[in-house]
Design a protein around this ligand. Structure first.
Ligand code: HDE
Length: 730
């Protein structure tokens, strides 16, 4: 039977119309062996040779790059295994097949135990206001420009999980400084869940999929997480942040980054100044709503990585400023909380952030695995001029990161992988190990030695790293400092500093998460803890869950303070950037679309630095009112409005009628309306809105109709508010 099929396929092979001429003749290769030339056909612009079974072969041009094995031998056929006869058994001798499968079998390395899902890019950091007065580090000296590699990530999900999980985002930066690599491995939230590294494995076990069932993926909305949190009051401040809009950023480009811990900056004379690091996005902060996040995860699970990749490819290089909060021992002594406690922040109103430089990401990786996956951040990578403090979380991290890289990358030689290798001169006596590609040469691999003539590396106290000589004395003990005992005051301060809209989002997030918890006792225990943050918050969450009787407050070890001043810097919505730069408008259009309106919208968006993406019923074939064909970016059922920051619906009469037959076109406008996005529309598009249940006649807030050439500019100007939060929904 097989033979008949084979014969038929052969008989049907297309006759030669395009591409190169057929030669059935045998040719000789360089080793003098003869081989059959293959028929070449054109597959929509690509020439492909057909083998005897109809399989596609792409062969190297005479001067082109030739496919080789890992050992460099040129491969003649990458489509067929060596067999005994064309339909016979495979031969073990086929070393090419075995090498290819062996390489494939070993392609995966263990994913990161946390922060597995991430995306990286290259760029530079440039000093704009030097820190020479407080640090000797070269990276902070006037005019210095340093290459960086940045990786953003979620924490809980596996490598293949969706980008819009409600989660903390990692913000890790590797500076390739002239004095060695400095890794600032931070998050988009300035505090952490726990105070002592010994609790990290418990926190992560509780947050990740439950061990018996292996789900849920990339979510904290489950019993284990909230069981743990309800028994860990120190987490309450961070929980307020992760349940706020900070947990669902619009993209990496619109989020802040924080070093979290207090570090030290050190001058050449050894003077120490405490420092907290802040990254601020040039385009301002922006988040999505939870309902959008859920839908984006379905429509485009790669939303964040695609956004970063596209921005860099388009030349819209994402930018952040680096700022520092500097303070001394006197401030640390007077401050309400312990500066070594990573569950606390220092409000910017108390210690202003001094901008020292900017970071620009201007280059995408050439290979995701080689760079983004293999990059190995280590908190202990610091350089002279920067030092640690005794923050117990930071000290624990300094062990963990090196250890985890060995597990992930399989060899201490991970420092030789280009993305990890320092760009400054290196000289040491480390050697051997798996995958050693950079062994020191010469006879002498020890120190001290008597071979100064060989130019061997020697220690150098003048410029080498010297730890800050902080006094350290005390009893050896396992005890949490009493100065860490206030767990609620800053949670209260954070909640009070949010706008009403943001507070509502926190309530809704907590209700969503806790509604996924099966054990009623855990839900009540969380309420008991929330009562220490805010009565109204706790009651709203209770009402959302349908709980009538409130539990008794969790006992707070230190009486929570309600007198801490509100801090506007903690809110996203109090700091709307006032620009639509870097955002995208999804324009739903139909054939015959008004060319002038389209042009006006594009021009207004372009002037603002925003993009217009065209969405239609078809991917091709849309022609505007002047007969120009319009390149469509998304077919409407694959390009929902959740992917855009604002929408335009520029349908003609007929177009609106066609769109009304497509359920996803209804969703397009219904969702944008519910997500309080700004809307630009033609009058003729009205029936689509009405069909989607939106009474466009009553001029809902945030809607602009196409009336004149100026309407588009008015719409884009309105978009600067990012969302129309005061739109009332039925
Ligand atoms: Fe991490 N963390 N972490 N972490 N972390 C890791 O290192 C750890 C913490 C952060 O893009 C791991 O290379 C401990 C705080 C980021 O490659 C691991 C503790 C902050 C990334 C690890 C913390 C972070 C990691 C897993 C408590 C914000 C991703 C893979 C003491 C300041 C880096 C890896 C990347 C990754 C341990 C707490 C940020 C296991 C023990 C606080 C951004 O080493």
């Amino acid at each position: 039977m097989k033979k008949t099929a084979k014969k038929r396929a052969h008989a049907k092979s297309p006759s030669r119309k395009a591409g190169q001429p057929i030669s059935k003749a045998s040719k000789k290769n360089s080793s003098g062996r003869s081989f059959k030339q293959r028929k070449v056909v054109e597959h929509v612009g690509t020439d492909v040779a057909q083998g005897s079974g109809g399989e596609s072969h792409q062969m190297a041009e005479e001067s082109g790059k030739k496919l080789t094995t890992a050992h460099g031998m040129v491969v003649a056929d990458n489509q067929n295994t060596l067999t005994a006869g064309s339909r016979g058994p495979q031969l073990l001798e086929d070393f090419i097949l075995r090498e290819k499968i062996f390489r494939f079998d070993h392609e995966r390395i263990p994913e990161r135990v946390v922060h597995a899902r991430g995306y990286g890019a290259r760029g530079y950091f440039e000093v704009t206001d030097d820190l020479a007065d407080v640090s000797s580090a070269g990276v902070f000296q006037p005019g210095r420009k340093t290459d960086v590699f940045v990786r953003f990530s979620t924490v809980a999900g596996n490598k293949g999980s969706a980008d819009l999980a409600r989660d903390v985002r990692g913000f890790a930066v590797k500076f390739y400084t002239d004095e060695g690599n400095w890794d600032l491995v931070g998050n988009n939230i300035p505090v952490f869940f726990i105070q002592d590294a010994i609790k990290f494995p418990d926190l992560v076990h509780a947050a990740k999929a439950e061990p018996d069932r292996g789900f849920p993926q990339a979510q904290t909305a489950h019993d284990n997480f909230w069981d743990f949190i309800s028994l860990m009051p120190e987490a309450m401040h961070m929980v307020m942040w992760s349940m706020s809009d900070r947990g669902i950023p619009r993209s990496f480009r619109f989020m802040e980054g924080f070093g979290v811990h207090t570090f030290r900056l050190i001058t050449a004379a050894g003077k120490s100044t405490y420092v907290k690091f802040h990254w601020k996005p040039a385009l301002g902060l922006q988040s999505v709503t939870w309902n959008e996040a859920l839908k984006i995860n379905g429509a485009d699970p790669d939303y964040h990585r695609r956004d970063l990749w596209n921005a860099i490819e388009d030349g819209n290089f994402p930018e952040w400023t680096l700022g520092v909060q500097l303070f001394d021992d006197d401030f640390a002594d007077e401050f309400e909380f312990d500066v070594l406690d990573a569950t606390k922040l220092i409000p910017e109103e108390q210690v202003p952030v001094r901008t020292v430089g900017k970071m620009v990401l201007n280059s995408n990786v050439d290979n995701f695995f080689a760079e983004t996956e293999q990059v190995a951040f280590c908190t202990q990578n610091i350089v002279p001029g920067i030092d640690f403090t005794n923050d117990p979380l930071l000290q624990g991290r300094n062990f963990s990161y090196l250890d985890t890289q060995l597990k992930r990358l399989g060899s201490p030689n991970f420092t030789q992988i280009p993305v990890n290798a320092p760009r400054c001169p290196m000289a040491h006596l480390y050697q051997d190990g798996h995958m050693a590609t950079n062994n020191p040469t010469g006879r002498t691999n020890y120190e001290p030695n008597s071979r100064s003539e060989e130019g061997l590396p020697r220690e150098c106290p003048e410029v080498g790293f010297v730890s800050h000589p902080e006094e350290a004395e005390g009893r050896k003990e396992r005890v949490r400092s009493e100065t860490f005992a206030d767990h609620y005051s800053q949670a209260i301060q954070f909640y009070k500093s949010q706008t009403e809209t943001e507070q509502t989002h926190i309530v809704e997030a907590l209700v969503f998460e806790l509604s996924k918890v099966d054990d009623a006792a855990i839900r009540r225990r969380m309420l008991a803890s929330l009562l220490n943050v805010d009565d109204g918050l706790a009651k709203s969450v209770a009402s959302g869950l349908g709980i009538d009787s409130m539990p008794t407050k969790t006992r707070a070890v230190v009486k929570p303070r309600t007198d801490l001043a509100e801090s506007d810097a903690l809110s996203i919505l109090k700091n709307v950037p006032g620009t639509f730069d870097g955002r995208a408008i999804g324009a739903l259009i139909s054939s015959g679309v008004d060319a002038k309106a389209l042009k006006a919208l594009k021009r207004a968006a372009w002037k603002e630095g925003a993009q217009v993406k065209y969405v239609a019923l078809t991917r091709e074939g849309i022609v505007d009112s002047e007969g120009n064909s319009v390149k469509i970016d998304e077919k409407v059922n694959g390009g929902p409005s959740v992917l855009f920051d604002a929408i335009a619906v520029l349908a003609t009469d007929d177009g609106a009628e066609d769109l009304m037959t497509e359920p996803t076109a209804h969703d397009f406008v219904k969702d944008a309306h519910a997500h309080k996005k700004f809307v630009f529309h033609t009058r003729t598009a009205a029936p689509l809105f009405v069909a989607a249940g939106i009474d466009i006649g009553s001029s809902p807030a945030g809607y602009t109709e196409v009336r004149s050439a100026k309407s588009a500019s008015a719409f884009v100007e309105a978009c600067r508010a990012l969302r129309c939060w005061d739109r009332t929904l039925p």
